[in-house]
Design a protein around this ligand. Structure first.
Ligand SMILES: O=C(O)CCC(=O)C(=O)O
Ligand SMILES: [Fe+2]
Length: 261
């Protein structure tokens, strides 16, 4: 197994591992690397949906996504380029924070990738938290925020009144590494508990902008055969749609997480 860092703020490339036949020792090493780097990239893989699911299950139970799974695989969602107007992931978010137990990690496997563009951007929220002043860290550490899937439901053409909502701490402590990370996102976070929408807005806007400063970010450029997994507990991500109608097809799955604390 050869490991090389992807960028200064986050990520590692792991080469020399075949994901459909990982050993127990390799899985243990990968778990440690995942906690250290938050994004792992495996290139040149050749995976069926069963292979991808079996690899993901080393991290926990798979979690269905409420919108658009593959017919025979309720845990796998195909992300297919249907044009920029229909791409629902062009916003900074951590996956499903509108759920009481959002997925700890998401895994994408590329079957087809554009020649250029269609990258996935990540932002490290441990660094974002650490870069706040002690006063702002203390204030954020006392706040709880409401997250909602209303806007997402609208994008999927579903009834927003039935969309899920959840309350989560604005600073979350990673249950495995103990690191503190900022846990708000422009896509789903609506207001702080006990604060009106308007009162919340100024501070949320500041946190949204701060959380994605360039020095916290890195991007993955896709090739067919890439498997990328990321830690939703300490990262935001954004699907950059700058590849027009060039084909891009990824198989997505997610692994269940705990109640954020
Ligand atoms: O298509 C991408 O680059 C990322 C999509 C996304 O946000 C997700 O799979 O959770
Ligand atoms: Fe996402």
């Amino acid at each position: 197994m050869r490991v090389s860092r992807m960028s200064a703020p986050l990520g590692a490339y792991v080469d020399g591992v075949e994901l459909q036949s990982v050993s127990h020792a390799e899985v243990e090493a990968l778990k440690a690397l995942f906690l250290d780097h938050h994004v792992l990239v495996f290139r040149g893989q050749s995976l069926t949906p069963e292979d991808q699911m079996a690899f993901a299950e080393h991290w926990g139970q798979l979690m269905p996504f409420p919108y658009g799974a593959l017919p025979n695989y309720p845990n796998i969602v195909p992300l297919k380029n249907r044009g920029k107007a229909k791409d629902v992931n062009q916003h900074w978010h951590s996956d499903m924070t509108y759920s009481p137990t959002p997925p700890k990690l998401t895994m994408l496997y590329a079957l087809e990738a554009p020649e250029l563009g269609g990258e996935t951007a990540f932002a490290n929220q441990i660094l974002a938290y650490e870069a706040l002043s002690p006063g702002m860290q203390a204030l954020a550490g006392r706040l709880v925020a409401r997250h909602s899937a209303k806007d997402l439901a609208r994008l999927y053409g579903q009834n927003p009144d039935e969309a899920s909502e959840a309350l989560h701490p604005v600073v979350r402590t990673h249950e495995e590494s103990g690191s503190k990370a900022l846990y708000v996102c422009a896509a789903f976070t609506r207001n702080f508990v006990d604060w009106h929408r308007n009162d919340s807005k100024a501070l949320l806007d500041f946190l949204f902008e701060h959380s994605v400063r360039p020095e916290f970010q890195a991007r993955h450029r896709w090739q067919a055969g890439d498997l990328v997994m990321w830690d939703n507990r300490c990262l935001l991500h954004y699907a950059v749609h700058d590849h027009g109608d060039d084909p891009r097809l990824l198989h997505r799955l997610q692994v269940e997480g705990v109640v954020p604390q």
